[in-house]
Design a binder for this molecule. Structure first.
Ligand SMILES: [Mg+2]
Length: 553
């Protein structure tokens, strides 16, 4: 079995010098070995690294001393802060973390490696950081809760399958019925346990073909599935009906399945997902449990969206209300900003969270009117707080279809002027999906928003397709790490990944925010890991503006 990579594998032997030798002697040594990454000096028991780029500058007289003067000085006079010395047996994850945690000026300096027999080596940091970023890319394709592949992995696998020959591919979308009630009744931890058990059964029934999209949605991707897809769907439902035992309570699972297949000329994952989604909603509506996509369903969906129609009226009647949740400085404990979160005070169903209506709204043009209303209410409220002397910025979520419109920049500018609110008191939060399809267009629009002086935050980071590479191209001020990602910090093996993202966010100059912080212990770990701002039930639930004002007073 190959052993896990350790720092010793990366190290090359290094010449160790005494700090009393002259700089002239250093030049002779470094000339003698053109491959050397540098030298290591030992002075009073401390270890210092003299890396080659630095030595080149010193020897060329580029650091302000003349060459002649420099050559008479002892090596001691050119030493900088003590080196990072790590044992050769240090795992790459740990080594990379130690490297990234160094002060910013010294992050790229080679690491000194100490072997058991007392020898020293030197290792450059490039491979370590690359290793962490590869680990991030691969971990970001797993769903932490169930161990199944996630949306990203699905995109990768489906991409390969669909690019192949004309083999038929089918996609089954499985959505548990009334899962929200189970969560509310038994608590999130038990809801999660149920999801894990359902995932395990699905994975056994359809080996290497199951993915979790998030929440209670699973996907089964089938290569040449045969003709009788409906029977396959019903068998799946029998497989997952349980009963599952969660905390001693037997739970029977009902679910709805929507199925879509490739058609000639239509071999696209987006197409399959949209078709299966339409079919799945039809299965829920008709209480048929399983539906195959067919063109009539799309027309039906378009006409049977009562909630959507109600949403239009709700906007005019003022049934949408904003709750505000505090974001707290990790070190100060002070409220640094508030996120405006919409609720629908529905006359019959009570207070609805966005989970009940946002996805539907985003598929229709009503999302524009809805976001305009939310923006206006949030800006008006922020202006009120501002006038009262509480200068706390308010964040508004911008849905993907809204960010796709050029008009949004003008809308925001208009509201800031109308309510006389400084732009710095407004923040917009965008999601990965909003920038995924056309990153350049989104980047332009975000740049225009930022030019107004409004801050831009990337929301729920770690759940979508965005790579760290794309992150470097977007004009952002803040990175909000998704709760599912934040929770990885409790697993010592995963912690390095969260810290790597944290280090890269810092490198990009972004304010780093953690979502879903539910206890003090997590808050402490996150603060240590370098998070700037924390959000979650531990610091405050979303509350109406009146309560938020009272808490501030
Ligand atoms: Mg948000």
């Amino acid at each position: 079995m190959p052993h896990a990579p350790v720092l010793g594998d990366l190290a090359t032997p290094v010449t160790v010098i005494d700090a009393d030798i002259g700089v002239g002697e250093i030049e002779a040594l470094i000339r003698a070995d053109p491959e050397a990454l540098g030298l290591v000096a030992v002075d009073n028991g401390a270890t210092y690294v003299l890396d080659r780029p630095y030595l080149d500058n010193v020897l060329a007289g580029r650091l302000g001393y003349g060459r002649a003067l420099m050559f008479r000085r002892p090596a001691r006079s050119i030493l900088r802060g003590p080196a990072l010395v790590l044992p050769a047996a240090t795992a790459w994850d740990d080594a990379a973390r130690a490297v990234l945690n160094r002060p910013s000026g010294s992050k790229s300096l080679p690491v000194v490696v100490s072997f058991d027999d007392g020898r020293l080596g030197i290792a450059s940091v490039g491979p370590l950081v690359e290793h962490l970023s590869r680990r991030y890319e691969s971990l970001a394709q797993d769903d932490l809760l169930t161990g199944l592949g996630n949306r990203r992995r699905l995109a990768e696998v489906a991409g390969d399958l669909l690019a192949g020959d004309d083999r038929p591919i089918a996609l089954m979308l499985v959505d548990l019925d009334r899962f929200k009630e189970i969560n509310d009744e038994l608590g999130h931890a038990r809801g999660d346990e149920l999801l894990r058990q359902v995932a395990a059964v699905l994975a056994e029934a359809f080996p290497a073909a199951v993915y979790r999209l998030g929440g209670d949605e699973f996907v089964v991707l089938l290569d040449e599935p045969g003709d009788d897809l409906e029977t396959l769907g019903r068998r799946l439902l029998r497989d997952i009906q349980g009963p599952f035992t969660v905390a001693g309570v037997p739970i029977t699972v009902e679910a709805s399945v929507g199925i879509a297949s490739t058609r000639p000329g239509r071999r696209d994952l987006g197409d399959l997902l949209a078709g299966a989604d339409t079919a799945m909603y039809a299965a829920k509506r008709h209480r048929t449990a399983v539906e195959l996509w067919r063109p009539e369903l799309a027309a039906e969906t378009a006409t049977d969206l009562r909630l959507l129609a109600e949403l239009r009226t709700a906007i005019d009647r003022g049934e949408l209300v904003l709750y505000y949740q505090p974001l707290v400085g990790a070190r100060t404990g002070k409220v640094e900003s508030l996120e405006a979160l919409v609720r629908w005070d529905h006359p019959r169903h009570g207070m609805l969270t966005p989970a009940a209506f946002l996805a539907e709204a985003e598929r229709s043009e009503v999302i524009t009117a809805m976001t305009d209303r939310i923006l206006a209410d949030a800006v008006r409220q922020a202006a009120r707080w501002h006038r009262d002397g509480w200068r706390v910025p308010v964040a508004v979520n911008l849905p993907a279809p809204v960010l796709a419109q050029d008009r949004i920049v003008g809308v925001i500018a208009g509201l800031l002027a109308e309510y006389d609110l400084p732009a710095s008191a407004l923040k917009v939060e965008i999601t990965e999906s909003a920038v995924m399809t056309r990153p350049e267009r989104s980047a332009d629009r975000l740049r225009a928003i930022r030019e107004l002086g409004v801050r831009v935050a990337m929301d729920d980071f770690g759940t979508g397709y965005t790579s760290l590479a794309l992150l470097t191209q977007l004009p952002l001020d803040e990175l909000k790490l998704d709760r599912s990602f934040v929770h990885r910090i409790h697993d010592p093996r995963e912690r390095a990944i969260v810290e790597a993202v944290a280090a890269m966010a810092r490198g990009l100059g972004l304010t780093l925010v953690a979502e879903g912080v539910e206890d003090q212990q997590t808050a402490d770990i996150l603060r240590e890991a370098g998070f700037d701002v924390l959000q979650g039930y531990h610091f405050g639930r979303p509350a109406p503006s009146v309560e938020t004002t009272q808490q501030a007073a």
